[in-house]
Design a protein around this ligand. Structure first.
Ligand SMILES: [Zn+2]
Length: 370
């Protein structure tokens, strides 16, 4: 049985966040640890063991990369639970609260002055009923967006969502069985471990106000991103493989359903697909469908194409290059240090977990409607 429990959506803890100080004696050891983990990841070797707690523990975040303001969001908890309304079980979303300890939450419920205690993931008691599913509000908004395209809880069937989430509860009752990413999996001990190098996983995933400025600077100065690719004429092509016999629009459609990594493999395997996807029109659409997590939180309704257009007005972008660049810089990667990209990479990581949840939600919602 775990002692701590974690956000059902991002997998991060609600308490025990520690940040080192710039002058503390562990700064150098923290740096050496990050280097050794990075080396092991580069050479696909096993990660070095997590340093144990103790007097000289290096389990604290790098103060150059996160401060108390950056991690304040991790401490506020909401939950999805089930209670009886007029003799029927009905799912509810609680108001804000905090993680009390040992799997219990204290949250606001409606207008009640006192906070109500609930038990996360477990069965609960008279004093702390349960189980409830705990989460950070920003993570819940990402989940809602991945489910419905909006952040309004009214657009989702909370009863179904509750059942799906509780059905994915892990055996230790500490989180869900979701791929939160290696860095978070390593941090989920009996208590949350603040592992140096994984600071990006505790940066706010939606409060990323510098995204527009970052895009503007990069799209202006990164020359390969605005070298237009050639528009190809497919009228003269001869069918040479199964894809060659299909209309280009249909092949576009097929390619657009693939995840980025699979498309990359297909492009390498098929010269025809390589040729076809050299067209800028294809990448303008693909970038939109493959990166739904890349939105500007200050203008959430804006599409990625609009963000790109606004960031580089009048510039002919090479959208294949832009896609490859964005895919690379936003990877949730151990050791990430860019202040703007840390939050974006964290959002991308969380979106991956949300997509797993969304699959389960849609399967139940569709069979319930049938
Ligand atoms: Zn979360």
């Amino acid at each position: 049985m775990a002692f701590d429990c974690y956000c059902a959506i991002c997998g991060v803890g609600f308490s025990g966040m520690r940040i080192g100080t710039p002058s503390d004696a562990t700064a150098e050891r923290r740096r050496q640890y990050v280097e050794s983990v990075s080396r092991s990841l580069d050479s696909a070797e096993e990660r070095p063991p997590v340093p144990q707690d103790g007097e000289e523990s290096i389990q604290s975040y790098d103060p150059r990369l996160v401060d108390q303001d950056n991690i304040a969001w991790t401490k506020q908890v909401h939950c999805l639970g089930m209670h009886e309304v007029k003799g029927k079980n009905k799912a509810f979303v609680s108001g804000p609260g905090y993680y009390a300890d040992a799997g219990e939450l204290a949250v606001k419920m409606g207008q009640r002055a006192k906070r109500t205690y609930f038990n996360c993931y477990g069965f609960g008691t008279d004093e702390a009923p349960g189980p409830v599913v705990p989460f950070h509000w920003c993570c819940f908004e990402i989940l809602l967006r991945s489910l419905t395209g909006t952040t309004d809880p009214k657009d989702v069937d909370l009863d179904v969502l509750y059942d799906v989430m509780m059905g994915m509860c892990n055996s230790s009752g500490s989180a869900l069985r979701l791929a939160y990413g290696d860095d978070v999996a390593h941090a989920q001990g009996q208590y949350w471990r603040c592992l140096p190098g994984a600071e990006f996983s505790v940066r706010h995933p939606t409060n990323t106000p510098n995204l527009a400025k970052f895009m503007q600077t990069q799209l202006k100065t990164n020359k390969p991103l605005h070298t237009p690719s050639k528009n190809l004429n497919f009228d003269t092509r001869t069918p040479k493989n199964p894809f060659g016999a299909l209309p280009a629009e249909l092949v576009y459609q097929i390619c657009s359903f693939l995840p980025g990594s699979s498309l990359k493999s297909l492009i390498q395997a098929s010269p025809f697909i390589h040729l076809l996807t050299n067209d800028d029109y294809f990448w303008r659409s693909f970038i939109e469908s493959d990166m739904p997590w890349l939105f500007d939180s200050t203008a959430p309704a804006e599409s990625l194409t609009q963000i790109l257009r606004n960031s580089a007005p009048g510039v002919d972008l090479n959208h294949k290059q832009v896609y490859t660049w964005l895919d690379s810089v936003t990877k949730p990667k151990y050791g990430l240090e860019d202040p703007t990209l840390m939050g974006i990479a964290n959002r991308r990581r969380i979106w991956g977990a949300c997509e797993e949840l969304a699959k389960g939600y849609r399967a139940v919602a569709v069979s319930a409607a049938a």
